[in-house]
Design a protein around this ligand. Structure first.
Ligand code: 3H9
Length: 704
């Protein structure tokens, strides 16, 4: 028998333990081993009931995601084949679910007639997060077991149920008292079933789960979610498969599910989301940092600045149960900051996401101070003051005086030079950049900026802390704007320039939202603040001094006090959050274009907007990889997906470039270099790595 399975006989019971660490993913060898073991138990007359469990506690995380897109994914025995066979075994089958049963793992449990869980187990069908649908019977068996609406909800949300809820909806038959008691609980159930001479229960008690569903239920459901799903097909395929479960007998429904699954597996959407899944796991691997890198102890945290950013950062730590001191220079600012944090928590209480007691617990972890001396015992200090080097300098000089040796000193700068900031201290090895995104208590991304002298243990410790507070940390080297904001620069430069040349803001933004981006770049600037963008540009004038047209439309809007949403006007006009086109903006653009002698065109195509904005964004990303600022292309994708609204189902700008074709990206850049005259010559310089990749016939972005 395969070493992927532990097979034990115990007085009439066959215990089949899945043993493929770390998560028992159902690759072909494990599928074959499960089938073998179940056949053996089925054929053994001494076996009266079968228990499937995870040898290490973990039950199963589903299909092996690394197999998708390869022949191994469908190699026999396929998962649907294995599960079909399991449902025909004439003995009670019990799944003992430890830690989690996800995707194909839950489908495996559904193919067993009985399910026992441990109290912390999570049960879910998260396939949608990979651009897939449950493809081994989940869309057919689950609605028949727990009803259409709860089943659809589980598949569309992709969120697992906890064990208590799973018991309530009928997904679990029994809850063990503890993880250690799980197998005993399964044994007990097995013995009861044997004593009752119970049959192998079918996992599909309802022949027709659609009986209680309104005739237009599915069409209404699709219509209600259309704008949220944008161009995504996976949720639509889930709905189609569940609808089939209401219309067709089980065998035909399973065939329909299989056909939909194959389409999904081959889709660009699923390829992109699988890329993101592995990218997230890869981001934590940093050359030179390993499990042997020592970690510093972080018990006490301090945040400097109680503004929106500092307050949001502090909330992350309070949410994770870590005490935070919040330092401000003035009492009123501190009171305002703490009051705002309380307000934010109160909103969560109103939404039912937090209890009053939890609110008070979190507030109790936040302690305000006006005195730097109070930071003497902090293990980690995060500065979140105004984005000006002089102010950062004063803060870091002061921190150097008061903080204990070994404290990690972090700056939340979004663009300034972390090495310069480190030089204000006598301990540059302890200084690091932690660029949170706004709102800092909500946004998942954290750019961790490794300075020239940042010590490995400081980097390793901050990566761990990031995980503790629920952030997705991506490492960046030092350059103006790091990964995200540096790439934003050419992207927004082209958007500005296109408006100068005759495109309307809405035309530019619509091309980008047409790709399912959350918002176009100009809407994003209006939201972040035209003034904020202007001030950032002022701190990096060297980048643009040779181009008078550089972001000129933004400069004009700034001069007119059109700071974006907060002033009701920017690239658009706003009534509340409602965005409207403003005819004044093209007029402003036409005026400055005339002053600069920039020719305006009324025939700027969507293709030109797409290529200029996105190819320049991609080009900068490739350049960052070549310079070693980003460790890998997939890190860049994570930054843009989690910080700038790039759709995960498109895979991030680097993955998108690979989908478009690197040769096409290069050809597009070369084309505009020629067509746009002196402006093209100045800005449309293909990244050398892009040229090298295309010359080498590579289709993936990697450092060569
Ligand atoms: C499916 O089931 C389709 C079926 O319906 C139909 C089929 C016909 N496969 O996340 P972690 C690896 S689709 C391969 O760091 P955690 C992961 O890459 C699948 N590998 O740990 C990592 O490797 P490494 C539906 C997998 O404790 C290591 O395991 N299932 C798989 O934070 C540890 O993972 C899902 O979508 C897999 N299925 O979280 C579940 N799962 O160490 C996807 C994990 O080399 N998985 N790995 O980087 C998860 O959500 C989380 O990994 C899980 C553990 C919650 C399980």
């Amino acid at each position: 028998m395969s070493d992927l399975i532990h097979y034990r006989l115990e007085d009439g019971l066959a215990l089949i333990g899945l043993a493929r660490p770390p998560v028992n993913s159902l690759g072909q060898p494990l599928r074959a081993a499960i089938l073998d073991a179940c056949e053996r138990a089925a054929a053994d007359a001494s076996v009266k009931a079968i228990i499937l469990h995870g040898e290490s506690g973990v039950f199963c995380a589903g299909a092996d995601i690394t197999e998708f897109g390869s022949s191994a994914s469908h190699a026999t025995p396929s998962l649907p084949e294995v599960l079909l066979r399991l449902t025909s075994i004439d003995k009670p089958l019990i799944a003992a679910i430890g830690t989690f049963a996800l995707g194909g793992g839950l489908e495996l449990a559904l193919a067993c007639g009985y399910r026992v869980g441990e109290p912390k187990a999570r049960l879910g069908l998260p396939e949608i997060n990979l651009g897939l649908l449950p493809g081994a019977g989940g869309t057919q068996r689950l609605p028949r077991l727990i009803g259409v609406e709860p089943a659809l909800d589980l598949m569309i949300s992709g969120q697992p149920l906890n064990a208590a809820r799973a018991l309530e909806v009928g997904l679990l038959d029994r809850l063990a008292g503890s993880p250690e008691a799980l197998l005993d609980s399964a044994r007990e159930l097995a013995r009861e079933l044997i004593a009752q001479n119970a049959p192998a229960r079918r996992s599909t008690p309802f022949a027709n789960p659609g009986e209680s569903i309104a005739a237009d239920f599915f069409s209404q459901f699709l219509a209600a979610n259309a704008s949220r799903w944008k161009s995504r097909q996976a949720p639509r395929r889930v709905v189609a498969a569940v609808e089939a479960s209401c219309r067709l007998p089980l065998t035909e429904g399973l065939a329909e599910e299989r056909a939909l699954f194959k389409q999904a597996e081959a889709s660009a959407e699923s390829r992109a989301l699988r890329h993101v899944f592995f990218a997230e796991r890869e981001a934590g691997r940093i050359p030179g940092i390993g499990s042997d890198t020592p970690l510093r102890k972080i018990d006490k945290v301090a945040v400097i600045g109680a503004g929106t950013m500092g307050g949001g950062i502090a909330m992350n730590f309070a949410n994770a149960g870590i005490a935070v001191k919040l330092l401000e220079v003035k009492g009123e600012a501190l009171d305002r900051g703490l009051a705002q944090i309380r307000k934010n928590y109160e909103i969560s209480v109103k939404r039912g996401k937090l209890s009053d007691a939890q609110l008070e617990q979190r507030m109790a972890l936040l302690q305000g101070t006006l005195d730097y001396a109070d930071l003497a015992d902090a293990d980690l200090v995060i500065e979140a003051v105004f984005e000006k080097m002089e102010i950062k300098e004063a803060v870091f000089r002061r921190l150097d005086e008061v903080c204990k040796p070994g404290a990690i000193l972090a700056s939340n700068t979004s663009s300034l030079d972390v090495d310069v900031i480190a030089s204000f201290t006598k301990r540059p090895q302890d200084v690091i950049g932690l660029h949170f995104f706004s709102p800092a208590n909500v946004m998942r991304l954290l750019e961790v900026v490794r300075g020239r002298e940042t010590a490995p243990d400081v980097l390793a410790t901050t990566m761990k802390v990031a995980k503790q507070i629920g952030k997705l940390a991506v490492v960046s080297g030092v350059c103006f704007g790091f990964i995200g904001n540096r790439m934003l620069e050419p992207y927004s430069r082209e958007a500005h320039r296109l408006v100068l040349e005759g495109a309307t803001p809405a035309q530019v933004d619509n091309v980008l939202t047409g790709l399912d981006l959350n918002m176009g770049v100009l809407t994003m600037l209006d939201l972040a603040g035209v003034d904020v963008n202007f001030l950032v540009r002022q701190s990096n004038l060297a980048a643009s001094s040779h181009d008078a047209s550089y972001h000129i439309v933004g400069d004009e809007l700034y001069k007119l006090g059109r700071y974006g949403q907060k002033t009701g006007r920017g690239f658009y006009v706003y009534e509340g959050r409602d965005r409207k086109d403003d005819p004044e903006v093209p007029e402003i653009a036409a005026r400055v274009a005339a002053e600069l002698g920039v020719a305006r065109r009324d025939n700027i195509s969507n293709e030109e907007i797409h290529d200029r904005c996105l190819f320049m964004l991609i080009n900068e990303g490739i350049q960052l990889l070549d310079e070693g600022i980003a460790l890998r292309a997939s890190d860049i994708d994570l930054v843009w997906i989690n910080g700038y609204g790039f759709p995960a189902h498109v895979g991030g700008p680097m993955h998108y470039a690979e989908t478009v074709g690197l040769d096409k990206v290069l050809a597009g850049i070369q084309r505009y270099r020629k067509e746009l005259g002196a402006y093209g010559e100045m800005w449309f310089q293909p990244a050398s790595l892009l040229e090298r990749l295309v010359a080498a016939g590579k289709t993936r972005i990697e450092k060569i």
